[in-house]
Design a protein around this ligand. Structure first.
Ligand SMILES: [Zn+2]
Length: 335
């Protein structure tokens, strides 16, 4: 039987993952184009290693218009003293770098949605090549993976850290212990609309402790949401023993997304007028929002009602909505 070796990744790192100390470099991904014939995408990466201990992989801007992760991780890479570290921290503050530079969810190069492109392909699009490098070269180095998200330009969330229900209950418990250590104002047992192609699923299938977040959104970040990201990252590093000391535990409310009833999708185009704000309690049958047709006056709005009891955990932004857009997410408070 003829077996062929897997195609190598075209990504060239300028950092040595086995070296001690702090290294600031790039993942250089060749990208030939009109304005740079032999050009590259240069994804910033920082490796901080010292002594012996576990490895944490910390990633931001998997979606390019989500800013808490990049804000916390550029700061961490610039400020962390390697003498405080036992183990290794791999920091990639802006993973889908072309999307991050463009301020868009997906890549301007290939429209690639990085968090729907895993496990990726070494011979695929630019976005698929980034995913493949993460899958085959970064995640295998890690004991714990933290991938930051928030709502981007079209959603806004209650600030939460999250893990998923997993077939391996020991792994699942370790993921939720890490979520508790992160200590965001809310902690979620998260249900994905479609988990195929996500970094989350890839890291979980590789047996890693995986934590994700949704820390806000609307295409920006606040002082409060950046502080949650910064504190949560340090807490997770303390939890794993990479940094000394105990996590700084803050009060959290545990939430659950028990079924697809938690999602409401718009079936109409129009102006969305919410009747509840993030964190507000909501009962099944309550109007979450009204969508007004905007082509003329005198037309009644369409009411979107909650399918379950809970709190409003996410909402559409900005003020206009289209059929098919996610209008809201309701979560139940479990604790
Ligand atoms: Zn995201």
């Amino acid at each position: 039987m003829l077996t062929t070796a897997p195609r190598p990744s075209p990504v060239a790192p300028s950092v040595d993952f086995d070296m001690r100390g702090v290294q600031h470099g790039h993942l250089r991904l060749p990208y030939s184009r009109d304005d740079s014939a032999w050009g590259s995408v240069m994804i910033p990466i920082c490796v901080i290693a010292n002594g012996s201990g576990p490895t944490a992989l910390l990633t931001g801007a998997n979606h390019g218009d989500e800013y808490e992760g990049p804000a916390a991780l550029f700061e961490l890479a610039q400020t962390l003293d390697p003498s405080q570290v036992s183990g290794r921290i791999i920091v990639v503050p802006a993973l889908n770098y072309p999307a991050f530079r463009a301020g868009t969810r997906t890549s301007p190069i290939d429209r690639g949605n990085l968090n729907r492109s895993f496990p990726g392909r070494p011979d695929g699009t630019v976005t698929e090549k980034i995913a493949d490098y993460v899958t085959r070269h970064l995640i295998p180095l890690a004991d714990i993976v933290l991938d930051f998200h928030s709502g981007g330009k079209t959603l806004d969330f209650l600030p939460y850290a999250a893990a998923h229900e997993l077939p391996d209950k020991t792994q699942e418990a370790r993921c939720f212990e890490a979520v508790a250590a992160f200590s965001a104002p809310y902690s979620m047992k998260m249900l994905e609309i479609d988990a195929v192609g996500m970094l989350d699923t890839t890291a979980e299938e590789m047996g890693k402790v995986f934590v994700t977040t949704e820390l806000g959104g609307a295409g920006t970040a606040s002082a409060h949401s950046i502080d949650i990201a910064r504190t949560g990252t340090l807490n997770l590093l303390r939890h794993t023993g990479i940094l000394a000391g105990a996590p700084e535990i803050r009060q959290t409310r545990w939430l659950d997304m028990p079924s697809s009833d938690c999602f409401t999708f718009a079936e109409d185009d129009g102006l969305v007028a919410f009747r509840r704000d993030l964190g507000d309690p909501i009962a099944a049958g309550d109007v979450i929002a009204r969508v007004y047709p905007v082509s003329r006056t005198g037309v009644p709005p369409i009411d979107y009602r909650a399918a379950m009891d809970g709190v409003l955990a996410a909402r559409h932004v900005p003020g206009l909505i289209k059929a098919g857009d996610c209008l809201s997410v309701i979560a139940t408070i479990t604790e």
